[in-house]
Design a binder for this molecule. Structure first.
Ligand code: SF4
Length: 326
């Protein structure tokens, strides 16, 4: 059975973009592969943060993931800093990663261009990502298209390390991408990817009232000014959210009503709100139950971390031996 690894930052609330772009896929992959899912708090600290907030966010992320269907009996869910070998392997990989490769990473260039001063952690972030994956010898990584370049860098690191320290038989596998089937989820502004930092999200655990308050003013087809103007569903983010949440017959109905000016955008959004509630309300209810039973969350994270520490120890024993560090 293939082993997959995927991580998510404890960035506060899980939003609908995370849910459709990653978490639903995580849940679907459980059972098809040996799944290792990580709340990557070491990655989260490369930007300024409040320690007390980080604790809360890690917790809330675990609650959200479990409520959305990550099953501790079928996947290992854990917090990255509970397995300290992640940073040990990242340091080792830093010693075989050319700085030029890191400086060429698009995400680094974009973030560095906006920052007043750049910390080494931002540059070395993809090295830690490589360590996250390879600590478990994972051969499949569910990713969105924007993460493909980092995964390619992981393969470069693997090749260099294997050539230097395991030339006869490759110790580390070259991880392959498992592209997430859902297209990039745009934010409610219809302009940029849904992202907490852009303030254009709907929370996965939002109440129906909160969902409607955010959907109501959301961007639609910009050329549809009046209710009597026919719209173009494909250019409207609300239509794409329908495709993610509404049944196929509703999606067809939406496309027809929109392109024939058969209804207004508020009518369309009301139907979307109902579809979203149908899918998200049970998740919200499960999250509330988990908050009332914190021991269930603690147990899930502890058993995931114990399983991963054992795998990580085994990998690091072999790595140290091959590198003369034993
Ligand atoms: Fe978008 Fe629906 Fe309005 Fe068409 S009717 S522009 S799909 S919100």
């Amino acid at each position: 059975m293939a082993r997959i690894f995927s991580g998510i930052q404890p960035s506060g609330e899980l939003h609908v973009g995370n849910y459709l772009g990653a978490v639903k896929n995580w849940v679907a992959l459980q059972g098809t592969a040996e799944a290792i899912y990580c709340i990557v708090d070491y990655h989260a600290i490369i930007a300024a943060y409040e320690p007390a907030q980080l604790r809360i966010r890690r917790r809330e992320m675990a609650v959200g993931l479990l409520a959305a269907g990550v099953d501790p009996d079928r996947a290992s869910l854990f917090v990255q800093s509970d397995v300290p070998q992640h940073t040990e392997l990242a340091w080792i990989f830093n010693t075989v990663t050319p700085v030029g490769e890191l400086e060429r990473q698009t995400q680094f260039k974009e973030k560095a261009a906006r920052a007043e001063s750049v910390m080494a952690g931002l540059l070395n972030y993809p090295v830690l990502q490589a360590a996250d994956i390879l600590l478990y010898l994972a051969d499949r990584v569910p990713v969105g298209e924007d993460q493909i370049q980092h995964l390619e860098l992981s393969r470069v690191i693997v090749r260099r390390w294997n050539a230097l320290f395991s030339p006869e038989a490759d110790f580390f596998p070259e991880p392959q991408p498992l592209l997430t089937p859902t297209r990039r989820i745009m934010g409610l502004d219809g302009q940029a990817k849904m992202s907490k930092s852009m303030g254009n999200t709907i929370g996965m655990l939002d109440s129906p009232t909160e969902i409607w308050a955010k959907l109501r003013p959301a961007m639609t087809d910009p050329k549809r000014i009046r209710k009597t103007d026919p719209g173009t569903p494909e250019v409207c983010n609300i239509y794409h959210l329908h495709k993610a949440f509404s049944p196929p017959e509703t999606v067809e109905h939406v496309a027809r009503q929109c392109s024939t000016a058969g209804w207004g955008c508020i009518d369309c959004k009301k139907v979307l709100a109902e579809s979203m509630e149908t899918e998200l309300v049970p998740i919200r209810v499960r999250a509330e139950l988990l908050r009332e039973e914190p021991a269930r969350v603690d147990d899930a994270l502890a058993s995931g971390a114990a399983r991963c520490r054992a795998l990580a120890s085994e990998t690091m024993r072999s790595v140290r031996e091959r590198m003369g560090l034993d």
